[in-house]
Structure formats: C-alpha cells, structure tokens
Design a protein around this ligand. Structure first.
Ligand code: TRP
Length: 370
C-alpha cells in the first residue's frame, strides 16, 4: 500500500471531533424531523454488492422505513459506479441492483407513496456531470487524507488505487447535492465523505453563487443502529459467508442459526462485554419479540444455547415471514421492479437537470447555443 494511504493518529483525532459535532446536529434533526418533515430532503444509499441480510434490515433499512414514515422525501441512491472502487469486475451489478430493490420493497420502502425514490446513479447523466465542477473545489491533499478511503483500500488489500476509489467521495457529494439533499442518514464511517460534501457545497456557493446559495450544506443523520454479528461471531457481512439473508427460506434460516457460534456456559445471561455471541442472539430475539434481551435471557435461564437458538429461529422466521412473502411476490414480477427503478431514475434526472442548469448559470457556462 502507498504510504499516503495509511491511517495515522491525526486522522483519528479529526474523526472523533467531527463525530461529536455531527452527533450534536443529528440529535437536533431527529427532534425536528417529525414536526417539519417538509423541510427535509433525505438522501442515502449504498453500493449494490448483493442481496441484503438481517444486519442491513435491522440497521439501515429499518431506519429508512422509519424516516419515510415521518413524511420526508427520500432518495435512495444505488451507487453502482462505486462498485468499481475496489474491484475490477461489474459482472454481478445488474443482478445485484435488482436484488437490492426487491429487498428494499419487501422491507417496506414504498415508491408508491410518491415521496420515496430508488435510482441507480449510473443512469443520471446530469448527476455525474456535477463531478467536474466539484472536482475543482477539492484538493488532492484532501483526498489523500480521507480515513474511510484509506480503510477501504486496506480492507480490500489493494496495492494500486484506481482514480475512482481516490475520487469517489466527490462523486458521493454529487449523489447528495444533485437533488439538494439536506439530510443524509449514514453510519459513522461515512462522515468523512459527508464532511467533504459540506465543504463542496459551501465552496461552490461561495465561489460561484455568493448572493444566492445553490446547494444546502447537508447534515448526517446518525442513529444508534444495532451492529448484528454473523454466525461466526464477526460483523455480519455477505462476503464473510456468515449472514442470514432476507431471501433465505425458514429452513435455511434455522440451519444458519443452529450453526451460530456461542459459548460453553449453559446459563444464558445478557452480557455484551463478555459474551458477545450470546448477546447478539438475544438482541435479535429482542428485536423480533419486542421484549428486552435481559427478559429473554431470564426466560431461557439454564436452557443453554440450544434453547436460545430454537427460540430465535421461531421469532426470526415469524418476523421475516411477511417480508419474505412480499419479496416473493415482487420477485415474480420483474417488470414492476424495473418500473420502480425507471420512475426513480426519471425523478432523479428531473432534479439533476434542474441543479445542473443552476450550476451552469452560476459558472457562466449557460451558453445560449440553441
Ligand atoms: N459510500 C456509501 C457506502 O459505501 C454508498 C453511497 C454512495 C452513499 N453514495 C451515497 C451513501 C450518498 C450516502 C449518500 O455505503
């Protein structure tokens, strides 16, 4: 790895200062969002690297469904170009986009409400054009310093860094600002990207449109989302093969949970510090039942890991049953999924065309050539 991509103490310090400040603003938004949903344009999304698992469902996706229910307009970007930051094949992208949309719809994101839009950024040319002016507002030193990019380079074991990996945080700013999004529900790892987006918005306004700002300076919306562990006790992640996918059958789910790592102590207690695997199973059971992990632990008592797993299998399969049923219905109608994407892209383009027009005007590039 090139030396400049190694994390250092200064990065970490900057990161925690940013986190505290973002968390403060985020709390204020959580308070105001239910009262004034009309003031918020929510933009978030992810790379389409495959179908979703329960870690996604209980984390980011449930959170989006919650925000959607508050009445804000919500854009979900499926960042398909970004797949190519740390791998050199796009072979599975088409299928993955389809799978992700099925999982979103099954989980309750609802484009039929007229306020929720799912789109792939590869299909919004005007969004991508924003990348050029935005690149002029960022220095290479700023790109060198991005701790999340560094971490991704490390995790993927890259020896060479392609220019898309290097610049995708600027592309992400375009994902957010093209629709003039002002709230971005993300995890802590995405804060460096959001900080850059905020700088780009500010710098664009100052440099090109000081009298009437074109872009809002967006805020992160942070939440205490549960981190779900996989069957091996590591963070659930499809690439680790330790996941319970939304699209699994009830039997596959039972088999996966029965194989999950626990510890030798038959007396079940909720002790996240010392018994992370058991605590994870208890938390999942808690989410599905509405009871607390402590209450469930007490109920199992010295029934051991086996009893805990049987209970979780029943609770989780019951919780996922309606989601899986809806997923199967949507999967039987691929043209509906295409239609959701088409409508999302059409709305995204409308927004992007409008932004690009304002940007060109501000930059004295609205040449009257027609
Ligand atoms: N970088 C994000 C991830 O890896 C995905 C993403 C792309 C995103 N564009 C975005 C997230 C805009 C929030 C807003 O998960």
């Amino acid at each position: 790895m090139e030396e400049k991509f190694e994390l250092n103490a200064e990065d970490l310090e900057l990161e925690s200062a940013t986190f505290l400040e973002s968390a403060r603003r985020s709390r204020a938004i959580w308070e105001d969002l239910p009262l004034n949903p009309g003031n918020y344009r929510v933009l978030t999304g992810e790379r389409p690297t495959g179908a979703l698992h329960i870690g996604h469902l209980f984390g980011t996706v449930a959170n989006r469904v919650r925000i959607q229910a508050l009445g804000a307009t919500t854009f979900i970007v499926i960042a398909d170009y970004q797949v190519l930051t740390d791998r050199d094949t796009a072979e599975a992208v088409g299928t993955n986009v389809h799978e992700v949309i099925l999982d979103y719809l099954a989980s309750g994101l609802d484009p039929e409400n007229g306020r929720t839009f799912l789109f792939s950024h590869s299909h919004v040319p005007e969004l991508n054009q924003l990348l050029l002016p935005f690149m002029s507002l960022v220095t290479t030193t700023e790109l060198d310093r991005n701790p999340t990019v560094k971490e991704e380079i490390r995790a993927a074991g890259l020896r060479q860094v392609n220019a898309l990996m290097y610049t995708y945080p600027i592309h992400q700013a375009a994902d957010i600002l093209f629709c003039r999004g002002n709230v971005v529900p993300v995890g802590r790892d995405q804060l460096p990207h959001l900080e850059l987006t905020r700088k780009i918005a500010r710098r664009f306004n100052q440099r090109f449109s000081p009298d009437s700002p074109i872009f809002p300076v967006p805020d992160a919306l942070l939440s205490d989302l549960p981190v779900v562990l996989g069957t091996d006790g590591q963070k659930m992640s499809k690439s680790r093969n330790n996941s319970i996918m939304l699209k699994m059958t009830a039997d596959q789910t039972a088999k996966a949970i029965k194989s999950a790592k626990t510890d030798g102590d038959r007396n079940i207690t909720y002790d996240p510090q010392n018994r992370p695997e058991v605590a994870n199973l208890l938390r999942l059971a808690a989410i599905c039942s509405g009871d607390t992990p402590e209450v469930i632990a007490e109920r199992i008592g010295d029934g051991g890991g086996g009893k805990l797993k049987s209970l979780l299998v029943d609770l989780l399969n019951a919780h996922l049953a309606p989601i899986r049923e809806r997923r199967a219905e949507y999967a039987a109608d691929p043209s509906y999924v295409t239609d959701v994407l088409r409508r999302g892209v059409a709305k995204a383009r409308e927004e992007a065309i409008q932004s690009l027009k304002l940007v060109r005007r501000a930059m004295n590039m609205d040449h009257q050539i027609e």
